[in-house]
Write a protein that binds this ligand. Sequence first.
Ligand SMILES: NC(=O)c1ccc[n+]([C@@H]2O[C@H](COP(=O)([O-])OP(=O)(O)OC[C@H]3O[C@@H](n4cnc5c(N)ncnc54)[C@H](OP(=O)(O)O)[C@@H]3O)[C@@H](O)[C@H]2O)c1
Length: 265
Amino acid sequence: MRVGVHGATGRMGRLVLAEVLAARDLALHAAVTHPASSLVGVDAGELAGAGATGTTLSADPAVLRGADVIVDFSHPTALPALLTAVDGTALISGTTGLDRAGEALIADYATRAPVLRADNFSTGVAVLRHVVRQAAALLPEWDAEIVEAHHSRKVDSPSGTARALIQSIEAGRGAPAHHVHGREGIVGARPTGDIGVHALRLGDVIGEHTVSFGGSGEVVHLGHTAVERRVFAVGAVRAARWLAGRPTGGYRFAQVVGLEPTPSA
Ligand SMILES: NC(=O)c1ccc[n+]([C@@H]2O[C@H](COP(=O)([O-])OP(=O)(O)OC[C@H]3O[C@@H](n4cnc5c(N)ncnc54)[C@H](OP(=O)(O)O)[C@@H]3O)[C@@H](O)[C@H]2O)c1
């Protein structure tokens, strides 16, 4: 199976390259980075610490055409050029911070290719979302607050995973909620039903999420800590194997890990 890597020079891209190059059943089709990157022309394997491969980093997303699947961890602004260049190729995307237009672009691409976009490719977070949904259904009147922590270089806030956890709470309650991002000043008593979201940006933290439910006289905390960034690359490559060859459409990581059924072809 031939895998194309987009955003290949980034923290995640290098880890995806390393996973692809280490796997016997996968071959690196092409690796693409930012057009202005000084790493264009560098051997992708050397960048990933896996030795020379003969595949050099390109600035042209069109070289990803012909891959069985593309794995993307880049930037929302990179997606329009990528999707135009590789129309029809299966796509795994972990890029976060998409606005409505970006989400619509991905949804439109899913009418022409199999697509799986996820804010978090860790199995543990997939299970956390599942458990949070159940807890929210069982504790519908309780206050719900999310605290997330990430490294200081992260550009979007709150994290895509925090947004996904909001969706899990709302799905469990069966109703949308008002979201409160941080609090300051005389904000008054907490309205019932709000979901509070708080983003910490600290040093090298890879990713921590805690969802707390507060009731009368007790609090429940459900949480996840990513100990190694590699866990996201492993999950994305697992998803890539799962997605390649599937029919056109949008898929979810929860289907890859067996938490949700996959529609039959
Ligand atoms: N879903 C998940 O499980 C998960 C896990 C971790 C991270 N993420 C997300 O994945 C994304 C990347 O994270 P990261 O930590 O790897 O970031 P990063 O180190 O900044 O890497 C971003 C990569 O995208 C490239 N890029 C930026 N703009 C581009 C453009 N216009 N065209 C082509 N390439 C472009 C960068 O190239 P230059 O270096 O040359 O700018 C770099 O190779 C972020 O959105 C992050 O939140 C998701």
